[in-house]
Design a binder for this molecule. Structure first.
Ligand code: AMP
Ligand code: MG
Length: 417
């Protein structure tokens, strides 16, 4: 059996936990993913453009294709006169060719006719008669056109390995005719809620029972972090049952999370279950963070197992601090991208903390004439409604004994940690 002193005198800092993760995580293999499903995926190898885009020289304005030289010096007082010889229709190849003094009508996106090197916008032209156009502004070669390879050049690196696909990237891939890409497989995260008092949210609790919050919040967090949640369900605080579920979960998952029972109480069997698995190594038990001290991290073969505290706030904070971080490592995302996005704000109240512990406080953001105020969300113990009311978290650093009213803080916005 475990001994309380063994563990809690060996708590690690959050930074040390992340070092353990970095040492033990390797990115997952890649697979082909259709671009329509690729939002948020991480590119496994550089993608080169197979084509020139747009592929032909194109007008970027409605107007008249010209030889720029024929417009030199043109002004409202001294217009140039050009002979209209036709029109290039959208989606059609320009068959006509222009010679000195000619012009051809073009639209935004239509092909430039041979011989033309610029477009005069329709706003600077006037029809004198059916075939004579007056031009009141000069254009330089290249004005209001794009070259055939100006958007993308054949062979050019469009997107680099490790890049996270955004909507504009999907658009560019479609533009180049690339319908599927090689992306890192999304980590599969098995989620187990443990506790004798936990019941399914569809059921009506009897006195002493509570509905399972964590399977749901953890699934959503997993999804948001780029993983695929596999909801295993609720398991009693029973060594054999939990062990059997863990073994099954790890067959299909890259990461397994058990929420609840991660501390060292009599009903807390998580640590013993994890230790009993084949090729298991406990990397962490106890982290100097509040909420979230009884966090367990283990390596089981090439997979990772977390035992996270069951408190619904603790489980979310520790997920964001450690599981999200691991998902990013498994996806091979560039590490600087993990850095959370912060909003600067001034604390509206003093917040207390013990030195030697990293504290996370739920805050609401309020707008003031001096910028944002971060107002701590009051609540007796960490409850899910505190998270619901909050816009983000403020970190009180390890060495600080709290922060005073007016201190400028970085608020970590949920979802961007
Ligand atoms: P534990 O980590 O098992 O000591 O649980 C800490 C607290 O979180 C207890 O009050 C539990 O009832 C509660 N809790 C544990 N798991 C869940 C869950 N899945 N949903 C809601 N509350 C939970
Ligand atoms: Mg419990």
């Amino acid at each position: 059996m475990h001994n309380i002193q063994d563990y809690f005198f060996k708590v690690m800092t959050p930074e040390q936990v992340r070092e353990k993760l970095t040492e033990t995580a390797h990115h997952l293999p890649s697979e082909m993913i259709e671009i329509r499903d690729s939002l948020g995926c991480v590119i496994a190898e550089d993608i080169n453009s197979p084509v020139d885009l747009p592929g032909f020289e194109r007008s970027t304005m409605d107007g008249f294709a010209v030889r720029a030289k024929d417009t030199f010096g043109a002004s409202p007082g001294a217009p140039a006169y050009l002979k209209l010889i036709g029109e290039v229709k959208m989606g059609e190849s320009a068959s006509m060719k222009i010679s000195q003094g000619d012009t051809i009508r073009v639209s935004t996106g239509s092909m430039m006719p041979e011989g033309a090197d610029a477009v005069v916008m329709v706003e600077y032209t006037e029809f004198l008669d059916d075939e004579t156009i007056e031009v009141t502004r000069s254009v330089a070669p290249g004005d209001n056109t794009v070259r055939k390879d100006e958007d993308l050049r054949t062979g050019e690196v469009m997107l680099r390995k490790g890049h996270v696909i955004r909507p504009q990237d999907i658009g560019a891939l479609a533009g180049a005719g690339i319908m599927a890409i090689n992306a890192i497989r999304r980590p599969r995260v098995a989620i187990i809620s443990s506790g004798d008092e936990i019941i399914s949210p569809e059921q009506t609790p009897e006195i002493g029972q509570i509905r399972d919050i964590n399977s749901y919040s953890l699934s959503a967090l997993t999804h948001q972090a780029g993983g695929i949640p596999i909801k295993i369900g609720i398991v009693k605080d029973n060594y054999d049952l939990l062990r059997a579920e863990m073994i099954k979960a790890l067959e299909n998952a890259d990461i397994a999370i058990i929420s609840g029972g991660s501390s060292v109480g009599a009903r807390d069997v998580t640590i013993d279950v994890i230790r009993s698995l084949d090729d298991a190594e406990i990397l962490v038990h106890g982290v100097s963070v509040k909420p979230g001290k009884p966090t367990i991290l283990a390596r089981v073969g090439d997979k990772h197992v977390f035992g996270l505290p069951g408190n619904p706030v603790s489980v979310m904070v520790t997920f964001e601090l450690f599981v999200s971080f691991l998902i990013r490592l498994l996806l091979g995302m560039e590490l600087p991208l993990w850095e959370p996005r912060y909003i600067k704000a001034k604390l509206s109240k003093n917040v207390a903390s013990a030195p030697g512990r990293e504290d996370y406080v739920c805050v609401r953001l309020l707008k003031s004439e001096y910028g944002f105020l971060a107002e701590p969300v009051l609540g007796k113990s960490a409850t899910i409604s505190m998270m619901v009311k909050a816009d983000g978290l403020v970190k009180i650093p390890l060495e600080a004994e709290g922060l005073e009213t007016g201190t400028c803080v970085d608020v970590i916005i949920f979802g961007d940690m």
